[in-house]
Design a protein around this ligand. Structure first.
Ligand code: AMP
Length: 497
């Protein structure tokens, strides 16, 4: 059981001392040994301790999946500062908004980390962090058009890791974790830290390989992971290739899914193709630290249920369908999924207003209202979609209003409604309905190209709508607001859209 920051760091250090030359982490062509990771983190921690500003002020780390990013996380943790990972492809405008919220004491890229990593090695001092100090801050899409920084403490991370490590019975020093998600997505916590804490190897998939199926399959075959951690979307993408079989990955013993609904058909396909591997569905929002429910998906479970259940709550955390009074509703009734316990984070950095909307207290526990609709049956929770306009596309969490707010700021846009594009029940993109003003003779195609380009200066690529529809006016509902339902119906009737 992890109980203190010193214990957490001590375990990673013990493996670094025992087998310093073993590879701890690989990202494409770059690797880092346990020893080098530890000494780089020590040097970074020494540097972070000397920075002016509050001793616990956060560090912004801008990069992708370079080993230096991981050293930066550990260095920040050793120095008792929270780290904020930011993708290096994030548009400058959005990065600036994050910077203003975080007010970091330092901002480092992997290149800057390499420079610091060749400095002298100082004697370490004990980690000053306490359990309720922030461990990391992750930014997610916010419905106001501003990204929201979710503050996760050491206590939250320990709550998650203690459960995951005990439940999954990973074998110390034997596992190779395959990590698909970027560090800006908390599913990465599910593969990174168990790997470090148990002396495993970590194989991260860089984005250029994600986009190149031939290289991706070569990497899978070469690295031969034992634990696969990804979104279901990624596994579905890989499973489109018939070669994704146990014969390709003979050591694979478990698939851990998180971040979006696990399709029944995908789970069944993986069970067929990987007779030696377990398939697990886990569920959770960033605000409650990676995952709070889990279930092993077996053939019997699939035969009993048409959709894959979210499973049961982890010990020590209440996860339930609850009413407006935050008390559980009757079994079978659909209500908002609520989470209460030590996995729930502190709230949104610098946004007490948004924090108060979603976070609550119940029986002395910290709670979070997820906005997911769920019901309980036979001791299991089932997911029934969202109560708001949040969607998941390829695992990315997007508030449609975030895209709308950024669209409305563009020249020539007087109003915008963004809706999900669905195929076979899955959201596979977004459609933007736009009221355009002052067109200057631009065709619909030219205008959509311009808006796409302009939007890309404030939003990451995955938040740019695929389909563009220009209207003179929007249908309105009884409140005089744009009628989203009518527009969604238009979208699903192609002749009228
Ligand atoms: P994120 O904060 O990016 O992890 O997104 C959290 C949201 O993803 C949840 O509130 C759900 O809407 C969705 N989600 C995560 N895991 C699952 C799952 N196993 N099944 C269905 N939806 C999920």
């Amino acid at each position: 059981m992890l109980t203190t920051p010193a214990d957490f760091l001590g375990r990673i250090e013990a493996f670094a001392k025992r087998s310093p030359d073993e590879i701890a982490y690989t990202n494409g062509a770059e690797s880092i040994t346990r020893g080098a990771l530890w000494t780089t983190a020590l040097r970074l921690a020494a540097h972070f301790r000397t920075l002016p500003g509050g001793s616990k002020a956060p560090i912004l780390l801008i990069g992708h999946k370079e080993p230096g990013m991981l050293a930066g996380f550990l260095g920040a943790a050793m120095a008792g500062r929270a780290y904020v990972p930011v993708d290096d492809q994030l548009p400058a405008e959005r990065l600036e908004r994050i910077r203003q919220v975080v007010q970091p004491v330092a901002e480092l890229t992997p290149a800057a980390i390499r420079e610091i990593a060749i400095g002298p090695l100082e004697r370490t001092t004990a980690c000053p962090a306490e359990l309720d100090d922030p461990f990391y801050i992750l930014f997610t899409s916010g419905s106001t058009g501003e990204p929201k920084g979710v503050v996760i403490t050491w206590r939250c991370v320990f709550s998650f890791l203690n459960w995951l490590i005990a439940e999954q019975r990973f074998e110390p020093e034997c596992e190779t974790f395959l990590g698909q998600t970027p560090f800006t997505f908390d599913v990465s916590v599910m593969d990174l830290y168990p790997s470090l804490l148990l002396g495993g190897r970590h194989v991260s998939i860089p984005r250029h390989i994600l986009a190149a199926p031939k290289e991706l399959f070569a990497l899978l075959e070469r690295t031969n992971p034992t634990v696969w951690v990804s979104t279901p979307s990624f596994a579905a993408y890989c499973a489109a290739e018939p070669r994704l079989q146990q014969a390709l990955l003979p050591r694979l013993r478990r698939f851990l899914f998180c971040g979006e609904a696990l399709p029944h058909q995908l789970a069944s396909q993986l069970l067929d193709r990987f007779p030696d591997a377990e398939v697990w569905n886990t569920y959770g929002p960033t605000e409650a630290t990676v995952a709070v429910t889990s279930i092993r998906v077996t053939r019997e479970l699939l035969a009993r249920h048409e959709t894959v259940p979210l499973g049961g709550a982890m010990p020590g955390v209440r996860v339930y369908a609850g009413g407006p009074d935050r008390r559980p509703v009757a079994d079978g009734e659909r209500a908002e999924l609520l989470i209460a316990g030590p996995s729930v984070g502190l709230g949104y950095l610098g946004r007490p207003d948004l924090t108060a909307e979603r976070f609550f207290e119940i029986d002395g526990l910290r709670g979070y209202a997820t906005g997911d609709l769920a019901s309980a049956r036979d001791g299991l929770l089932f997911f029934h979609g969202r109560m708001d306009h949040q969607v998941k596309i390829g695992g990315h969490r997007i508030e449609l209003e975030d895209v709308e707010a950024n669209l409305r700021q563009l020249a020539g846009v007087s109003n915008a409604v963004v809706l999900p594009l669905r195929r076979d029940g899955q959201v596979e993109g977004m459609a933007a309905f736009v009221l355009a003003t002052g067109r200057n003779g631009e065709s619909d195609f030219e205008l959509s190209q311009r808006l796409r380009r302009d939007l890309a200066s404030s939003l990451p690529g995955y938040m740019i709508p695929k389909k563009w529809i220009f209207r003179e006016a929007f249908p309105t509902n009884a409140n005089g607001k744009a009628d989203r339902k009518a527009l969604q119906a238009d979208l699903e009737t192609p002749a009228r859209a």
